[in-house]
Design a protein around this ligand. Structure first.
Ligand code: UD1
Length: 309
């Protein structure tokens, strides 16, 4: 098949591109290279790269032509940046999704698989998070992801575009960029531990997340693109296990074979306290199973970062 991957030069997108290309599919990448990197696609053959923006409907429409599936990964992925610059986040994360759905309609794309987020659960205190819970986002980012999900479900009902939303929990792995103040915590901690630099907990470090290795997320995307009878669905994608930041730091230190100093700083605005997924629906309906657990994933990541230095 031919697939479009928006944000295909980014962290998660590039891993999806790699899997598709490795399994013989034609891939079109649409990326504005603001956070995506050409080096993330180096050595992957059979990929057409379009340098343009999901905010431009014409660019999305042109990239979608002839594609059977769109994996919509392009986004501003940071909760705090959505709090600081909500308009920009809105434009990319909501208008971008609408443009993808419109392009899918015009280009007669069979299915759109969307990168949604655990951030949609927000303040809902019950753990684990189940898809049937009422979304209560506490950040613009969470609002943008749940709004996008509503657009997907509506396009599927109104126009017959098949859609699947995958609610990613905290994804980590090679190619996640540690260099921005908004970078994912694992990329930052691994980078700092390997460099022997101190790490900081925003809050007291007792907050918890369901960290999921990127390879598992790629598996989920392939299933979501191909499984029959799941259109209009939303699925948690995680490991179903909860790790506090303090535990995470210790696991990373163990994988790296060294310890570093730890400090605390004020908690971030819009931050949720605890997050862990119920993944029964994804298991039952998509056939998803996380093959790599957090410790294995951390070991793979530490080895990768060490080798690439
Ligand atoms: C992350 C993703 C978001 C995804 C969501 C799903 C990133 C950048 N964000 O948001 O796209 O939709 O999971 O659950 O990947 N922290 C520290 N010290 C640091 C960095 C972070 O204590 O140096 C803390 C944060 O305050 C937060 C936790 O670590 O409590 C996780 O932060 P982060 O990795 O940015 O992820 P989320 O905000 O959960």
């Amino acid at each position: 098949m031919r697939a479009l991957v928006t944000g295909g030069a980014g962290f998660i997108g590039s891993h999806i591109v790699q899997r598709l290309a490795d399994t013989g599919h034609d891939v079109v990448v649409l990326d504005n290279f603001l956070t995506g990197k050409r080096e993330n696609l180096a050595g992957i053959s059979g990929v057409r790269i379009v340098e343009d923006d999901v905010r431009d409907p014409k660019a999305v429409e042109a990239s979608a032509a002839g594609c059977e599936v769109i994996f919509h990964e392009a986004a501003i992925v940071s909760v705090p940046s959505s709090v600081e610059r909500p308009q920009e986040s809105h434009d990319v994360n909501i208008q971008g999704t609408l443009n993808v759905l419109q392009a899918a309609r015009v280009a007669r794309v069979r299915r759109v698989v969307f990168a949604s987020s655990a951030a949609i659960y927000g303040e809902e205190p019950t753990l684990p998070k189940v898809e049937s819970m009422r979304p209560e986002p506490i950040s613009p980012y969470g609002v943008e992801k749940i709004t996008s999900e509503h657009y997907l479900a509506t396009w599927s009902k109104l126009f017959g575009v098949e859609t699947v939303a995958l609610r990613y929990f905290n994804v980590f792995g090679p190619r996640q960029d540690p260099s921005s103040p908004y970078s994912g915590v694992i990329s930052v901690f691994v980078d700092r531990v390997l460099a022997g630099k101190p790490i900081t907990f925003f809050g007291d470090g007792t907050q918890s997340r369901d960290f999921v290795f990127v390879g598992n997320v790629v598996d989920a995307n392939i299933l979501a693109a191909t499984k029959r009878g799941v259109s209009g669905g939303v699925f948690n994608i995680a490991c179903g296990a909860r790790t506090t930041l303090v535990e995470l730091a210790t696991l990373i230190e163990r994988a790296a074979g060294r310890t570093v100093a730890r400090s605390v700083a004020p908690a971030r605005a819009g931050d949720i306290k605890d997050s862990v997924a119920d993944i029964d629906r994804a298991r039952a309906e998509l056939g998803y199973a996380p093959k790599v657990d957090v410790e294995d994933g951390l070991r793979q990541l530490v080895d990768h970062v060490r080798a690439s230095r």
